[in-house]
Design a protein around this ligand. Structure first.
Ligand code: HEC
Length: 107
């Protein structure tokens, strides 16, 4: 039953022109807009931000960050983590897209 509902949802969303699969390309656009200023174009942190916030920022492509699950990465974006505030404009599918983009930064 759950599966049937899922299938119906996919068909409905596809009909509306919305894709359920995370889209790294769309994620890059959202990343550039909402994350790049602090995390750099390719995940290498902006040193000025780390200094200003007095925190050691890890590169998003680092093994430590890449070891986080997709759900954990999404949670950082939607809920914040430590000194990082939640990214207000990036929620739901857009957050999944950003996670997919962050995966492309893996070293
Ligand atoms: C205003 C600056 C700023 C913005 C904008 C920002 N971040 Fe962060 N982010 C930080 C800081 C600072 C930390 C480290 C927080 C800490 O360790 O206390 C961090 C931590 C993270 C972490 C956890 C890394 C780890 O070592 O566990 C991830 C993942 C992350 N950010 C992804 C993103 C994504 C994706 C976006 C955009 C949707 C984003 N951030 C937007 C400043 C920012």
């Amino acid at each position: 039953m759950k599966r049937l509902i899922g299938t119906v949802m996919v068909v409905l969303l596809a009909g509306a022109g919305i894709s359920l699969a995370a889209d790294a390309k769309a994620g890059q656009a959202a990343y550039d807009k909402s994350c790049k200023s602090c995390h750099g174009a390719n995940g290498t942190p902006n040193a000025v931000i780390g200094k200003m916030m007095k925190v050691e920022m890890r590169a998003l492509g680092s093994a430590e960050v890449q070891a986080l699950s997709n759900a954990d990465l999404k949670k950082v974006i939607t809920d914040g983590k430590g000194k990082m505030k939640a990214s207000a404009g990036v929620t739901g599918a857009a957050a999944d897209d950003v996670v997919a983009h962050v995966r492309t930064m893996k070293k």
